[in-house]
Design a protein around this ligand. Structure first.
Ligand code: PBG
Length: 326
């Protein structure tokens, strides 16, 4: 009989040994919970394609944020579903608009939690695009001016971090400059730096803007491009982004790995609505073990190089982590 050259199984023999050599760990501190708030509703509205995720009335935001903080989640990411849409999303740069109100409510509810605003226009424009539309396309530089106004409203409302998601060129430089000039040099920017034009956003669009019928192919990235994906994130780092992000997550682990290898900034991934919906559908069909699949998926993000994970599962994961010590 031939003796194996090396016995890897020696360190797999007991649970304690396996824990000792585990390379990647998940903790509550890794997670960011996205929250949807809709204007003008009194009760939570279920999102059919995302079982377990709801749009909350503004009056319930405080308790949702408190619950997340109590579960040990360090940050929430706020999305508004506006009833005051117009061509440019001006509600987002009004001091009493939905975005500003959500920030104030969340901050007051749990001062210790990191309140992050999703800085975009698509949920606040009547056409559903992520900025000012001219000649059937988003006007990059006109959108930057509005993004600056929006960011200052968020800063004045007390936001802890802004997260621009519109994939406009130069958005980080423009936002950094606006914040710094207004005395908000301490507010970090988490950039949706490499965001793909992805079919995995389908359920989110159900969740927030069912009217949008177009594509975002002229500003979000082509899923085929890896070199450009790295360049996008490195450009945002050069412009001053504090945290880089890849979105979606699971189908883009090669990109996460590349960015983590080439940048000194923390890297976040966004486990998006379609990824969430697929696990839920598989679990409902009885073909996968939901908890095991979720935890293995989250581990894959960290193993690839992500430091932070934005996921609709955040609260559930915090509970699973507190129950489990194996
Ligand atoms: C747009 C935006 C998108 C998501 C959040 N903000 C993508 C899009 O509609 O293009 C997707 C989030 C998800 O799918 O979970 N600024």
């Amino acid at each position: 009989m031939q003796t194996p050259q090396f016995r890897f199984r020696r360190l797999r023999r007991t649970s304690a040994l396996r824990r000792m050599v585990r390379e990647t760990e998940l903790t509550c501190a890794d997670f960011i919970l996205p929250i949807f708030v809709e204007e003008g509703i009194d009760e939570p509205v279920a999102i059919a394609s995302m079982p377990g995720v709801v749009r909350y009335p503004e009056a319930q935001l405080a308790s949702v944020v408190k619950r997340a903080a109590a579960a040990g989640i360090p940050a929430v990411l706020l999305f508004g579903v506006s009833q005051h849409k117009d061509a440019v999303g001006s509600d987002t740069f009004a001091d009493d608009g939905l975005l500003a109100r959500m920030i104030k409510i969340a901050k007051a509810a749990a001062p210790e939690i990191t309140v992050i605003s999703d800085n975009c226009f698509c949920e606040y424009t009547d056409h559903g695009h992520c900025g000012v539309v001219a000649d059937n396309d988003v006007d990059n530089d006109a959108t930057l001016v509005n993004l600056q106004r929006q960011a200052l409203v968020c800063a004045h409302a007390g936001v802890d971090m802004i997260a621009p998601s519109g994939m406009q060129d130069g958005m980080i430089a423009a936002l950094r400059e606006a914040l710094d000039e207004a005395g908000f040099g301490h507010i970090p920017i988490m950039s949706y730096s490499t965001k793909f034009a992805s079919a995995f956003y389908g359920p989110f669009r159900d969740a927030v803007d069912s009217t949008f019928k177009g594509t975002r192919n002229t500003y979000q990235m082509d899923p085929a491009n890896a070199r450009e994906a790295l360049a996008e994130s490195l450009q945002d780092e050069a412009e001053g982004a504090d945290i880089l992000m890849v979105k979606p997550a699971l189908a883009y682990l090669d990109i996460v790995h590349q960015i983590a290898a080439h940048s000194e900034r923390p890297v976040a991934v966004y486990h998006v609505s379609g990824e969430y919906a697929m696990i839920k559908a598989g679990a409902a069909a009885g073909v996968i073990d939901e908890q095991a699949i979720v935890m293995e998926t989250m581990l894959s993000f960290k193993r690839a190089g992500a430091d932070l994970i934005i996921t609709y599962y955040a609260e559930q994961i915090a509970h699973w982590l507190s129950e489990h010590h194996v």
